[in-house]
Design a protein around this ligand. Structure first.
Ligand SMILES: NC(=O)c1ccc[n+]([C@@H]2O[C@H](COP(=O)([O-])OP(=O)(O)OC[C@H]3O[C@@H](n4cnc5c(N)ncnc54)[C@H](OP(=O)(O)O)[C@@H]3O)[C@@H](O)[C@H]2O)c1
Length: 271
């Protein structure tokens, strides 16, 4: 399955790994010009070498820094002349109960990357997206609909992202800008390895069997389909859809079910 984005300019934040990398590859395969960023030059160099496509532009930019986002988006608009799609994908997670955190820096870092990164990039890309009648996407999570234990900063940042994007969608009802957020299920990537522990360090392991999870390619293709069809939201798994439904209609029961689910996760801090 592939979609035509012939000569569309697509910006994907955090394209050096996981879902972002799959988006970069699939949009290039669909004929787009693609720009991506990440914090590490070596990872972006590897991406450039592996993909070897002159329609790919990469730049070191930390989305938690407003100046980096402004510079990245301005450079993309200058290089490619327009922006049709912005995918706010760059993100990190955490694994620690709120009362275990040594301080609040983990919460602040996740808000800075997952929420503010989305706000900064959207702010600077919006004038271009209005001209192109383009699309803004937020890569959210079920954690943006339902608080998940051990992920206070992550859930808060994804709730905030969704709230921001809902406002943006409503404000742009008559400008032609399409706003969507997507919620992949557990997807094979590096996110659990880089998840911050109670000391604010990468946990450097995954409690899940990564080869049994959704693939990043599957997520990328679902997202491309959603953008083509101008969908509002895309919850990608039946487990995710069920969680959102249960949380809306049976919230107390869902507290217990969610607690029990995460208590069973290997290494869970819940009893
Ligand atoms: N994997 C899942 O199970 C899952 C499920 C639901 C939602 N999501 C969401 O999907 C998105 C992508 O995650 P992933 O699973 O693909 O994780 P990943 O494999 O760890 O990739 C994260 C990407 O974001 C970049 N990044 C991280 N912090 C950044 C920053 N401050 N500035 C710029 N780039 C940054 C990373 O590059 P550098 O480290 O070089 O900066 C990397 O390219 C995230 O928003 C995540 O919340 C993932």
């Amino acid at each position: 399955m592939s979609f035509s984005f012939q000569n569309k300019v697509v910006v994907v934040t955090g394209g050096s790994s996981g879902i972002g990398e799959a988006l970069v590859r699939n949009f290039l395969a669909g004929g787009a010009l693609v720009a991506t960023c990440g914090r590490h030059q070596d990872k972006l160099d590897t991406l450039q070498t592996n993909i070897a496509n002159e329609r790919l532009y990469t730049q070191v930019a930390d989305v938690s820094k407003e100046e980096d986002c402004r510079d990245f988006i301005e450079n993309v608009a200058h290089k490619f002349g327009r922006i049709d799609v912005l995918i706010n994908n760059a993100g990190m997670s955490m694994r620690a109960l709120f009362d275990q955190l040594e301080d609040l820096s983990v919460m602040k870092r996740l808000m800075d990357i997952n929420f503010w990164g989305c706000v900064y990039c959207t702010r600077y890309a919006l004038p271009e997206l209005k001209k192109s009648q383009g699309t803004v996407v937020g890569v959210s999570s079920i954690a943006g609909y339902r608080g998940l234990p051990g992920r206070a900063g992550y859930s808060a940042s994804k709730f905030a992202m969704q709230g921001f994007l809902e406002v943006l969608r409503t404000e742009n009802l008559h400008t032609g800008v399409h706003v969507m957020w997507v919620c992949p299920g557990f997807t094979a990537s590096n996110i659990r390895n880089t998840a911050l522990n109670k000391e604010g360090k990468a946990q450097a392991e995954t409690p899940l069997k990564e080869n049994k999870l959704m693939t990043a390619d599957e997520v990328a293709l679902r997202m491309m389909k959603g953008i083509s069809r101008k969908k509002r939201t895309e919850i990608m798994t039946s487990q995710g859809k069920l969680t959102v439904f249960m949380n809306k209609w049976f919230p107390s029961l869902t507290d217990k079910l969610v607690y029990n689910f995460f208590a069973k996760e290997p290494g869970s801090p819940l009893k």
